[in-house]
Design a protein around this ligand. Structure first.
Ligand SMILES: [Mn+2]
Length: 199
């Protein structure tokens, strides 16, 4: 499955494949670009199949229904949503075009990296663990970005040996997606990545 969201501030693409031989995907995502901001939520449900999807799709639906909220509010809503479900690793990214800032919060093993045109990388460290409705501390930070920055967020089903150079080399979202293709051909897990370029 490929979903594209673009406006004059951002071009972004989400790509998802289930584990080989599986119909039901345990990863879920939501991406949306408005005139003011871009929001992206990615969740990897614990376990596999329908129970994993039950948790992760609850996250993507929650963020879809509340995308105007701040990231720190959303991550806590996500945690509460997973009470009585199995649990999920969750990342939420929100980019504010006017101030050229983004806020990111993550619990678990979803990876995020942003590369600026001047060659620096922003690589927020996630909190270990997963959300399951238990009281939980979060790590939510806001960063500045430059025009032309590129980013990738991906679940652990995508294994990338040289993520920094790949991100630096990619000239566009389509180019990044093309470069990532070879890493999606064999997989032992559900796989989701979201790439974006900021204008
Ligand atoms: Mn996974």
């Amino acid at each position: 499955m490929i979903v594209r969201e673009s406006n004059n501030q951002i071009d972004t693409l989400a790509f998802q494949l289930s584990k080989e031989g599986k119909l039901c995907c345990g990863d879920s995502f939501y991406i949306k670009a408005t005139d003011e901001y871009y929001i992206c939520a990615l969740a990897d449900g614990l376990g596999s199949g329908e129970r994993a999807n039950d948790s992760s799709s609850a996250i993507s639906t929650l963020v879809e229904n509340n995308h105007a909220e701040d990231v720190d509010v959303l991550i806590d809503l996500c945690n509460k949503e997973l009470k009585d479900k199995r649990g999920a690793t969750v990342s939420i990214l929100k980019i504010f075009f006017k101030t050229k800032q983004f806020t990111y919060s993550s619990v678990g093993n979803i990876r995020f990296i942003l590369c600026t045109p001047s060659g620096s990388y922003i690589y927020p460290l996630p909190l270990l663990g997963y959300l399951s409705g238990k009281p939980q501390k979060y790590r939510t930070h806001t960063y500045d970005y430059e025009e032309g920055s590129k980013f990738i967020i991906h679940t652990d089903g995508l294994v990338l040996p040289a993520i920094k150079s790949l991100l630096k080399k990619g000239e566009s979202v389509d180019d990044l997606s093309k470069q990532l293709e070879e890493y999606t051909l064999t997989r032992n897990d559900d796989l989701t990545y979201i790439v974006g370029q900021l204008f």
